[in-house]
Each structure stands twice: as C-alpha cells, then as structure tokens.
Design a protein around this ligand. Structure first.
Ligand code: SF4
Length: 170
C-alpha cells in the first residue's frame, strides 16, 4: 500500500492517543485541503500492512488506537482493512477517515470486498469531505461541521447511522 506518512502519537485524530497512518491517494480534491500532497496515488512510499503494524507495536505504550487518514483510506481499502484487522487483533481501537459518505460506502460494500472489510474493521468512521464553508476549529477530530463521527459497531447493530456524541470522544 502507498503511504504519505506516519504519526506515532496524536491526540487530535480520534479518541485518546493514537498512531496515525496517512494513506497516499485521494480523489476528492476538497477546496482548501490541508494535505494536497496526498492526492497523487503514485506518490508517497510503499509499505506493507505487516511493516506498518511492526511500527505501531514499537509506539509508546500510551498509544491505544490506530487512525487511518489520508488521502482517502478507501482508495486502498483491502490493504487498509488488513492493517485495521491486525491492529484490532492486538486490541487497538480503529478510527477511519473518509471523504465519502457512509451510506455510499455501505452501498459499494455490497460488491467490493475491500470496502466491506474496511468498514467491518473500523470502530469509528469520520465521514464526508472537508467543506471550507462549514469549517469549525472547535469541532473534535474533524474539520467541518458536515463531517460525522459514526459509531460503526452501534450502527451495524441498529441498522441505521448512530453518531458518537461529542462528549463521548474525549
Ligand atoms: S478528503 Fe481529505 S485529503 Fe482528500 S481532498 Fe478532501 S480534505 Fe484533502
């Protein structure tokens, strides 16, 4: 898989302290995107899920979560899913960012195993494109008010989108 970068400790990319993997390649082209260097799917460096997992295991013990960011993680859904699955097996909570809407991914998952696997291996999904007009720096873990914090386990159980309340994200 192609990676734009790794961040060993972050407190702004999901609940708690997290290891962040920035995937390379993004088709969304959001105006005022903060990471345009991640757009080119041929950029970045190549690393396997197994290699990245080794890096995660070397992170400080305070790191309890893995965040898949971008770029667009669903551009490389099968490999991102493998990494997420390995991380969950070791007890890490997985947050995945996407510029797509959850409903669109859920529909695509019916014919795309990689997308289905990444949704299945994600605990918290932050969905929707960054919209500059809806930018709000007071929001937790996301840049614009249209983006949602979706509790995927609860959503799967309820059969509808269940949002994580902001007060539950600290
Ligand atoms: S989805 Fe994220 S990385 Fe992609 S263009 Fe939008 S803000 Fe940038």
């Amino acid at each position: 898989m192609r990676i734009a970068g790794l961040l060993r400790e972050s407190v702004v990319d999901g609940p708690g302290v997290r290891f962040v993997v920035f995937g390379q390649g993004c088709p969304h082209r959001c105006p005022e995107c903060h990471n345009p260097e991640t757009w080119d799917p041929a950029g970045g460096v190549r690393q396997t899920p197994r290699e990245i997992m080794r890096e995660i295991r070397r992170a400080p013990a305070v790191v309890k979560g893995l965040t898949l960011s971008g770029g667009e993680p669903f551009q490389q859904a099968a490999e991102m899913a493998e990494l997420a699955r390995r991380a969950r097996e070791k007890g890490y909570h997985v947050t995945t960012y996407t510029g797509y809407l959850y409903e669109d991914l859920a529909a695509k998952a019916e014919s795309d195993e990689g997308i289905a696997a990444l949704l299945a291996a994600t605990d918290l999904l932050v969905d929707g494109p960054f919209i500059a007009a809806a930018k709000d720096i007071a929001l937790r873990f996301r840049g614009s008010a249209n983006q949602r914090l979706i509790d995927l386990a609860a959503s799967r159980q309820a059969g509808k989108v269940v949002l994580l309340p902001d007060e539950a994200t600290g």
